[in-house]
Design a protein. Structure first.
Length: 199
C-alpha cells in the first residue's frame, strides 16, 4: 500500500523488495503540482551534466584528438537536448521553466541534483578521472529497476518516475493534465537523436 507525502511523492508502506513496475515505489509522483516541481528538477539535473563534458572537451586539442572531440561534442548537444525536452514537458503541463534559478549554478564538485549524494561530479581535463565520472553519470539502470523520483540511483530511474507520472496523470481515470498534452504514453520516445536508447 502506498501513501503520498506533502510533495505528492508516493512512498512504500512495506519494505518488501519487488521488481513489479505497477507496484507503487519510492518516488512515485502522484499530483500535477509535484510533477511540475520534478520536471524543474529535471532541468536542473540535465543542466548540471553539461559543464563536466564541456570542461573535458575544451581541454582537448581538436586537431590531435578528432574522435574524442567529436564524441564529447555530441554528448554535450544531447545533454542540451535533454534539458530542452524537460523544459518543453514543463511548458506542456502549464508551468514556466526557471533557468535563472540560483540552484542552477551551485559550483563544482557537487552531487547530481536530487540524486545519490555519495557521488560528486567535478570539472576535469579529459582523462581517466573524467571518463570515470562520465561512466557514473551515464550508468544504466539495473534490469527491473523501479522509478525513483528523488535520491535516485541512476538518471534512468529518475526519468522513469516522470514518464510514469505523465502516463498516470493523463489516464482516462485521472485526466489532470492539459488537453493539449494528449497521448503521453504513445509519443514518449524509447530512443531519439544520437543518444540511442534512453537511460
Amino acid at each position: 500500500m502506498a501513501t503520498a507525502n506533502s510533495h505528492g511523492i508516493g512512498t512504500k508502506a512495506s519494505t518488501t523488495p519487488t521488481t513489479q513496475r505497477d507496484t507503487p515505489s519510492f518516488g512515485r509522483i502522484s499530483t500535477l503540482e509535484s510533477l511540475r516541481e520534478h520536471l524543474q528538477w529535471a532541468i536542473e539535473l540535465e543542466h548540471s551534466t553539461i559543464a563536466p563534458y564541456l570542461c573535458a572537451l575544451y581541454s582537448l586539442d581538436a586537431g590531435r584528438n578528432p574522435e574524442a572531440t567529436e564524441v564529447l561534442t555530441s554528448v554535450v548537444v544531447e545533454e542540451m537536448l535533454h534539458m530542452t525536452l524537460a523544459a518543453n514537458l514543463l511548458n506542456a503541463v502549464g508551468e514556466r521553466p526557471r533557468l535563472d534559478n540560483p540552484k542552477m549554478l551551485p559550483g563544482y564538485p557537487r552531487p547530481l541534483p536530487h540524486g545519490d549524494r555519495s557521488f560528486e561530479i567535478s570539472l576535469c581535463r579529459f582523462g581517466r578521472e573524467a571518463i570515470e565520472t562520465f561512466l557514473k553519470i551515464e550508468q544504466p539502470s539495473p534490469t527491473g529497476a523501479l522509478p525513483e523520483g528523488d535520491n535516485y540511483e541512476t538518471i534512468g530511474q529518475f526519468w522513469l518516475a516522470r514518464r510514469d507520472s505523465l502516463v498516470v496523470l493523463h489516464s482516462p481515470r485521472s485526466r489532470r493534465l492539459h488537453r493539449r498534452s494528449s497521448s503521453w504514453s504513445s509519443w514518449w520516445p524509447d530512443r531519439y537523436g544520437g543518444a540511442g536508447w534512453t537511460h
